[in-house]
Design a protein around this ligand. Structure first.
Ligand code: NDP
Length: 398
């Protein structure tokens, strides 16, 4: 980066919801940022237009057939197309990258996120699954290399802003009593348990406030997303799960809060638009325009808060229990949830089966110490097999 006037940015998950918002912020600041790497999986047409627009030095497709097709489609451009997991890790670690937006969805984002942390990059962390799966390893890698981790999840970004960071990458917890994560409550907040059980994928994806990818939208509907965020927060802010509260706030204006020992509560507010946390992460410790509408206090209506109901939304309880159990419990929880959500989206199981798959998978596997990425990946794979068998059993009505 030394001697460069712009920061070179790798956008992983470029074709997704976070990737799209990130590129929207980046193009507003061509003086500050240059897109040097774009990465996706199979969306060849979308990547073709992104390559033409942003002219990255490298484009990466996890799927090798898609990489071949992209290479043909951009043969007349200066973009070099790559594939392979090792190649993606090498790309994020290269000197041509200063900032990594980790926005691949799910466990697939783990290795590239760890690679960025090991290489001491400025890491904009949207992929919560990597903290849920390998929180200790990721945080230790960042500490050892001096990598700055800036949370992009709006709740964690809000907490980061409410803590006394004093321009330090690791904010102080002095005088902090607890962290309060706000949850919108999702599309089923007011539904009864039976209706929630048999909700359809279309209903689950229709989030009232946020426009997000399918997987995280389903997680928001089941409150698993809040549970994963609780685990994420406990790693990011080195805070035990017992000191992380969850409060339902249907308007999604207060993005989260920090409760201090003296009775003060600091909150970060804004319209529900991911470009705010993304711009914050990109410019930190400065502030830049994100293209987000200003908050209109006089017309936004009342702000409401209510308790999260773990009886109707057992995924939140399961994630909290995983956080408290420690070890690879959260790896199992995350993997089982990914398998269950996929099965729900492809209509093999009901929405109400998602927590059943997660709970039975957690009960069926022994907790271990996540001492290495290999242990984490092995446990992830075992949990997927176990969860797939559960899905099979449920879908056959056994
Ligand atoms: P999307 O589903 O919209 O996008 C996912 C992105 O990941 C796409 O670019 C997709 O590429 C890519 N991808 C999928 N599988 C792979 C793979 N195996 N290897 C490489 N790339 C892959 O997801 P979101 O943008 O909604 O979410 C991204 C991450 O950010 C998630 O971890 C989510 O939890 C987190 N997050 C999202 C928020 C949001 O508002 N959307 C808010 C907070 C956190 P392709 O198009 O080719 O499939």
């Amino acid at each position: 980066m030394e001697g460069r006037s712009q920061q070179f940015v790798a956008v992983l998950g470029a074709t997704g919801s976070i990737g799209t918002s990130t590129l929207d912020v980046l193009v507003r600041h061509p003086d500050r940022f240059k897109v040097s790497v774009l990465a996706a999986n199979t969306s060849v047409d979308h990547m073709t237009s992104l390559c033409r627009l942003h002219k990255p030095r490298y484009a990466h497709m996890a799927d090798s057939d898609s990489a071949e097709r992209l290479a043909e489609a951009v043969a007349d451009c200066d973009t070099q197309v790559m594939t392979g997991a090792d190649e993606l890790c090498a790309l994020v670690q290269s000197p041509e990258v200063d900032v990594v937006m980790a926005a691949i969805v799910g466990a697939a984002g783990l290795l590239s996120t760890i690679a960025a942390a090991r290489a001491g990059k400025k890491l904009l962390l949207a992929n919560k699954e990597s903290l849920v799966m390998a929180g200790a390893l990721l945080m230790d890698a960042a500490e050892a290399s001096g990598a700055v981790i800036l949370p992009i999840d709006s709740e964690h970004n809000a907490i980061f802003q409410c803590l006394d960071s004093n321009d330090r990458a690791v904010p102080s917890l002095d005088g902090v009593n607890s962290i309060i994560l706000t949850a919108s409550g999702g599309p089923f907040r007011l539904w009864d348990a039976d209706a929630i059980y048999s909700a359809t994928p279309t209903q689950a994806i229709a989030h009232p406030n946020w426009n997000m990818g399918a997987k995280i939208s389903v997680d928001s509907a089941s409150l698993m997303n809040k549970g994963l965020e609780l685990i994420e927060a406990s790693w990011l802010f080195r805070m035990p799960a017992s000191r992380i509260e969850v409060v339902v706030h249907p308007q999604s204006i207060v993005h989260s809060m920090v409760r201090y020992d003296d009775g003060s509560v600091l909150a970060q507010l804004g319209n529900p638009d991911m470009r705010t946390p993304i711009a914050y992460g990109l410019a930190w410790p400065e502030r830049i325009d994100a293209g987000v509408k200003p908050l209109d206090f006089l017309n936004m209506g009342p702000l409401e808060f209510e308790a999260a109901d773990t009886a109707r939304f057992p995924c939140l309880r399961l994630a909290r229990e995983s956080a408290q159990a420690g070890g690879t419990s959260s790896v199992i929880c995350n993997a089982a949830n990914e398998v269950a959500v996929e099965a729900f989206l492809s209509q093999r199981i009901e929405f109400g089966n998602i927590p059943i798959v997660v709970e039975n998978t957690l009960a069926g596997l022994a907790n271990q110490e996540p001492v290495s990425i290999d242990v984490v990946l092995k446990q992830d794979s075992l949990a997927r097999q176990c969860a797939a068998a559960e899905v099979e059993r449920i879908s056959k009505g056994a």
